[in-house]
Design a binder for this molecule. Sequence first.
Ligand code: SF4
Ligand code: MSK
Length: 643
Amino acid sequence: MDKKSIDSTVNQLLEKTAEQGVETIWDRADQQKARCGFGEQGLCCRLCYMGPCRINPKGKSPQKGVCGATAEVIVARNFARMIAAGTAAHSDHGREVVHTLLLAAESPESGYTIKDVNKLRKVAQTLGVEIRDRTKEEIAKDVAERAMSNFGRQEGELDFIKRAPQKRQALWKSLGITPRGIDREIVEMMHRTNMGVDHDYRNIMRQASRTALADGWGGSMLATELQDILFGTPSPLRGQVNLGVLEEKEVNIVVHGHEPVLSEMLVEATQDKELLDLAKSQGAEGINLAGICCTANEILLRHGLPIAGNVLQQELSMSTGAVEAMIVDVQCIMPSLPEVSRLFHTELYTTSPKGRMENVKFFPFSEKGALHTAKEIVKAAVLNYKNRGEVNIPQEKMDLIAGFSHEAINYMLGGSFRGSYTPLNDNIINGRIRGVAGVVGCCNPKVVHDQGHVSLVEELIANDILVVQTGCSAIACAKAGFMVPESAEKYAGKGLAEVCTAVGMPPVLHSGSCVDNSRILIALTEMVRAGGLGEDISDLPVAGAAPEWMSEKAIAIGHYFVSSGVFTTFGIGLPVTGSEVFSSHIFGEFEKIYGGMWAAETEPKKMASKMIEHINNKRSALGIDKEKKRVLYDMEMRRELKV
Ligand code: SF4
Ligand code: MSK
């Protein structure tokens, strides 16, 4: 692999880091050389200390672990545990947001308030919380308490499950996989995959679906919805992306991680007059707050603040020599950051008791004194400006429009008075838009950085497929220039370009962070509800992909999409190929069970072909592959749909 990235800022800075002796993720990836084949194929079991055991993928001995576990059982347990871990991460993020909503309701001095009262009311209705004649704080308190009960609930079902199409809910019920409580499903998954418990790979995967659904329709959805209540529901706004957003003459603060509970307070602190004056007194022209990874997506979506880069650019942002402070909370934060920060003047701060680093200053970000802590951090960053050495900021940056929450899509397509998904469905039925794809997930140094995301999305939009994105994938495609309205004319097929130009939207919609994949679930449900495209998510001409995934969280997301009825394909490879039996279960049999299934494809163009083929098949099943008279759904017909 010659070039490590299709992003020139990365290649430029890597030349520099090589000269400076700064070790980056690409150096360490090279040092690992070929990965362990057993692990890559999911065939290594470390569940007990009679092992570790591995299965010979060539059919020779050993074909069983010491306890007798077969390849399919080992692969299933490993895969299911990844789902449990990913669900735990997203859901624990959700739990922090629930705590913060309670704080906003009970302690105005915390600095947190309720910004979106409309959304509060809507969520309250779904959760069965009384809204009449009550203050927003009273409603928010009950919403938070009800939301919290979703974590520890032992029986019944999660509250947001009832948002799914009725047919899907009935399917989950018939399979016995409707999630009860978020924590309960994760714990049961861990128990069942312990040594000597569940030895039926199909049964393991049923609980894996239940766990993943507790993420998508539980922890992640709670995180998204309650963040919108607290910080505002995103709507389209302009922003900028890539390392060129760092400012040569300003104090640069980079926030990295996942929870906007932290970043929202930093946004406020960086606008503080006293701190801005302090920055000027230090010779800086201002304070520039930028983000990495999903925190970046959160501050972009709600404030239009710049994104410095995606997950693989975190070390490189420091190597510009222009970052006074990097503030991290949880998830996707490289343990190498302290070492890199020490080679430059960057101060690294951890803020979550769950994510500490040795010899790194910890600012306990208790939500109670959040603004005070945020100001202390910003002050420390400002005072560090004078310590800057040589600065190397790549010039590249790109404009983008972001903020396509499902409410914003509704509004964009249907207008404020008749906002609905009907115009989208109409354009799918008349064939201008062939279908919709969700392209999400991480970056991975095993492949050329950003190339999988960009090549896949380019191919999809050229084939009239509207793309909705989140996470680091969204950042990759924003950097490539797909998220400005002008990109419709340049890259999209004729039909999609026509629709985008008429509405004034890009062909690739940025919907937020990883937990915001739950927005895509709601958007898909709205498409079913709008009529004309079947009765369930699995009937829709849609597909999902994570071309450069690396995190267990991505596997949890993939699995909740599959279990919700979406054909979902992952790049890089999947750690399941060691068992043909298991592979044929999730790559084939799943389709019959869930109407959605997994696929794996390393080549982005082939990945696009698979997704297009799936979308075409769904179009023919719906009878919309040929010219067809437009059917307008009236209320009666919509009721018949039972969604
Ligand atoms: Fe080996 Fe079985 Fe123990 Fe896994 S659970 S390490 S296969 S003995
Ligand atoms: S940050 S989970 S690298 S998308 Fe959400 Fe990016 Fe993947 Fe982390």
